[in-house]
Design a protein around this ligand. Sequence first.
Ligand code: FES
Length: 123
Amino acid sequence: MEKYPFFCDLTGVYMNREKRWIFAIKEDEMADGDKKPLLLEGEKVLLLRKDGDFFAISNKCPHMECPLSKGTLEGHVIKCPCHDWRFDIRSGEFLDAKEIKVPFYETSIMEGSVFVNVEGAGK
Ligand code: FES
């Protein structure tokens, strides 16, 4: 997670040169191990909190697009509810074939609010 990577442009969107940070949720609205499906700028994003850190991945499984928000989280691994594909929420990698990834997004916290970079370097 980055700390203070952006400035406010007074529209609610926070930006720096290459990133587009969108407000997702207040930090204290999610407990450790929580999953929260969100729609950010038209993208179906799954926000997760694990060991105090926030992670954001696409909420659509790359296999057949089942919602990963209905899956189970064990450690840093989420298991799809449809056919049990497992992904590392830190990188988006499919554990059985690392060349397959679920899109993932950077997260950042500023003054108790969680932001997601919807430009998503890991997309
Ligand atoms: S849709 Fe996720 S494993 Fe098949």
